[in-house]
Design a binder for this molecule. Structure first.
Ligand SMILES: Cc1cc2nc3c(=O)[nH]c(=O)nc-3n(C[C@H](O)[C@H](O)[C@H](O)COP(=O)(O)OP(=O)(O)OC[C@H]3O[C@@H](n4cnc5c(N)ncnc54)[C@H](O)[C@@H]3O)c2cc1C
Length: 344
């Protein structure tokens, strides 16, 4: 493998129901920094059906080139067809780095591509950098149960690949005057040769709260003692017009559902205000909320790790503080009624 043959930073552009998934734009932002540092081009790879019109958007967000596979066979995501397109493109143009969003599609595709190429893959990256001279991608992520940050290198293979969690990187502000080169690609794939067929799409009927889009997240931990005690979290969230977040231990105890979980194996959130109440501050939780605008912690243990990661800390018993906080905020907001029971 001659490393000099591999040039350029790529981002796999994920499209869902006619729209670019936000993490792809975030990765164009991160990819732009890497590409500029290396003095190479930043390209997107867009695979789908009737997707070509989405490319102008990608140039505005930093791409120099976009490779597009716009064919009916790519109407819905399937590992086999998308992997073949990406392999086709990668083998033809030889990028040095490929980034994917750590979404279910991105993770599935990246691992399949890594196995087939073959090359290494760093999963769930939270920090990215590149060595200017060697071109080595420095992909960092929490490791050993989250107790350390590990920087993972792929020294023997190209391209170097990483999946990156949504909401960790920042998209550039779109520049309407920015354009780039659109390269239409085509690969011959026959539907009858595909091993997977999508027979039916069953949409989830239960409405899920979008905790990663909320301005205010009130998150509770095991310190709330029980599902009953945890309802105090819902009361504060209701009073502030926020949503409920939780630590993993709370989810495992069955007090709330998994989509409320913040952290390494949950959702990454960046609200304007994040409350961490009765949460110890384990690194796996911190990585999911540390970029919040303002973090307010309530914990009865003055030595709790959460106090190292907050802007404001209140040492005390949540059961004493929360009712007062709710009443006082209610007074401030001029509300008359507090909802004492909340379904989460
Ligand atoms: C691979 C891996 C992935 C993980 N992913 C995640 C993840 O995505 N998200 C996540 O959250 N965790 C995750 N964890 C678990 C994580 O390590 C911690 O175990 C978890 O975050 C602890 O939850 P907690 O803070 O609610 O509970 P605890 O650690 O039990 O902390 C409870 C806190 O409440 C305080 N407290 C007790 N009573 C009161 C009171 N009356 N008033 C105020 N404070 C009180 C205590 O002082 C303590 O600090 C992961 C772990 C591993 C190994």
């Amino acid at each position: 493998m001659t490393f000099e043959d591999y040039r350029g930073v790529w981002v796999f552009i994920e499209e869902k129901e006619g729209e670019i998934v936000p993490v792809s734009l975030e990765l164009l932002g991160a990819g732009r920094t890497l590409a500029d540092k290396r003095g190479v081009e930043l390209s997107g790879v867009l695979i789908g059906h009737n997707v070509t019109e989405l490319t102008s958007n990608l140039f505005e967000y930093g791409a120099d080139k976009v490779y597009v596979y716009d064919q009916p066979i790519f109407k819905l995501y399937r590992t086999e067809s998308f992997m073949k397109a990406l392999l086709h493109c990668s083998e033809k143009y030889k990028p040095e780095i490929i980034l994917y969003g750590a979404t279910s599609t991105g993770k599935d595709l990246a691992s399949a591509v890594a196995t087939d190429l073959p090359t290494g893959l760093t999963a769930d990256t939270t920090e990215l950098d590149v060595e200017e001279d060697t071109g080595l991608l420095l992909a960092s992520r929490p490791a050993f149960g989250g107790n350390i940050m590990a920087t993972i290198l792929c020294k023997k293979y190209r391209p170097q690949m990483a999946t990156v969690r949504p909401k960790v990187m920042k998209a550039l502000s779109p520049d309407k005057n920015r354009t780039g080169e659109l390269i239409q690609e085509n690969i011959e794939l026959k539907e009858e040769e595909m091993r997977t067929k999508v027979l039916k799409i069953v949409r989830e009927t239960k409405k899920k709260i979008k905790i990663d889009e909320a301005d205010i997240v009130v998150a509770g931990g095991k310190g709330l003692g029980s599902a009953e005690g945890f309802k105090l979290i819902g009361q504060l969230a209701d009073t502030l017009g926020g949503v409920v977040g939780a630590s993993r231990d709370v989810v495992e105890a069955g007090w709330v559902e998994h989509h409320h979980q913040v952290g390494q194996t949950g959702v990454t959130v960046t609200p304007k205000i994040y409350f961490a109440i009765g949460i110890s501050g384990a690194i796996q939780h911190i990585v999911g909320m540390k970029n919040s605008g303002m973090i307010i912690a309530i914990n009865k243990d003055p030595n709790a790790a959460i106090f190292q990661s907050c802007h404001y800390g209140i040492v005390g018993d949540a059961f004493e503080i929360l009712p007062i906080l709710v009443e006082e905020i209610k007074k401030e907001l001029g509300k008359e009624e507090v909802h004492h029971v909340r379904e989460v």
